[in-house]
Design a protein around this ligand. Structure first.
Ligand code: OSB
Ligand code: MG
Length: 331
């Protein structure tokens, strides 16, 4: 019997989440790194519940992780697999990544293409987009200010950059009439270059009506995590967004991805503001399971540092286990 060894670390790094989380302030991003070893094989995972999005707190996740690791250790004598069933999503995801890495089930290569988050200045966007190879896709958070202003900005960018595609995310901010105000400012001939608008309205039904009425493609993000959600083909549905840290184990995410693909629906793997360790794993998951789709992983720059693993092309300082932002948890 080979020896199983595991270690748990906790991190806290400065972050400015305002851009993504709107008025929800998060000064530091906290989470756990789990390292498991079995003989010569090693795997890492990140367990980082996102406040206001995850049901579980970091404390709860930590406790559950410690319990699971102890039981996993006990199961070894019987050479049993120990299930991830019933765990919090962030715990199931982090542990499943560590196991998948250890077992060599996760490809090394990642999809590091990003849809840069932009703030409406086309000159700035030109520069950014010219530096990225391939498809020009940018993402704008909408619904924070006036809906007509959002519409004007989207239309102006699409007008100014003829090969630009946009992803927009309203996070359910609009009533149907606000959403209509947005649409009014986007010229009909520009609408097909909106790859999707995530969750325009407060309810799914309103979002469907909006999409149908204005011929603008939508994507489900928040909806995917609701109990009554199931994958189905819908006329204006372009994609579903999967944030694995909020969803559950890798196996569960893969099942959902495959189901969406069977229905002809695109899947966009997306960040829950993980550290560079978790983000690089998400890039690898995207590469493996959603080839040819740019993932929604442009969140590293909200942080001041990278931890343990480097995001391809990032200039941010890379810190290790010895840094002041990481400490070991003994149990
Ligand atoms: O999906 C992306 O493109 C980036 C990640 C992102 O927007 C996000 C990250 C954490 C929590 C919520 C959201 C969101 O989709 O609004
Ligand atoms: Mg979203």
């Amino acid at each position: 019997m080979t020896n199983r060894i595991f270690h748990l670390y906790q991190y806290a790094i400065p972050v400015d989440s305002q851009l993504i989380l709107r008025n929800r302030f998060l000064k530091k991003r906290e989470g756990l790194f789990v390292q498991i070893k079995c003989g010569e094989h090693e795997g890492w995972g990140e367990i980082a519940p996102l406040p206001e999005f995850s049901q579980e707190t970091l404390e709860q996740a930590k406790e559950q992780t410690v319990q699971w690791l102890k039981k996993w250790e006990q199961a070894r004598s019987a050479n049993q697999k120990f299930s991830l069933q019933g765990l919090y999503p962030s715990v199931a995801f982090g542990l499943s990544c560590a196991l998948a890495e250890m077992e060599g089930e996760l490809v090394q290569e990642g999809n590091y293409q990003v849809a840069p988050l932009c703030y409406g200045d086309p000159d700035e966007l030109y520069d950014v987009l010219n530096q990225i190879p391939g498809e020009k896709v940018a993402k704008i958070k909408v619904g924070m200010y006036e809906a007509n202003r959002d519409g004007m900005i989207a239309d102006m960018l699409l007008e100014a950059i003829p090969d630009l595609y946009l992803r927009l995310d309203a996070n359910r901010s609009w009533t149907l009439s606000k959403a209509q105000l947005f649409a009014k400012y986007v010229k009909p001939e520009h609408r097909s270059r909106i790859q999707f608008l995530e969750e325009p309205c407060k309810t799914r039904e309103q979002s469907r009506i909006f999409a149908e009425h204005h011929n603008i493609a939508i994507a489900w993000d928040e909806s995917v995590r609701e109990l009554d959600f199931f994958v189905q083909k819908e006329p204006h549905l372009a994609a579903i967004i999967i944030k694995p840290t909020l969803m559950g184990s890798l196996e569960y995410c893969v099942q959902l991805i495959e189901e969406a693909h069977r229905h002809g629906i695109k899947v966009v793997i997306s960040s829950s503001i993980e550290s560079s360790l978790g983000l690089t794993q998400l890039a690898r998951i995207a590469q493996q399971y959603t080839p040819n789709v740019i993932p929604g992983l442009d969140t590293l720059n909200l942080m001041d540092y990278q931890l343990l693993r480097a995001w391809k092309g990032s200039q941010l300082p890379l810190l290790g286990l010895d840094s002041e932002f990481v400490h070991k948890i003994s149990f």
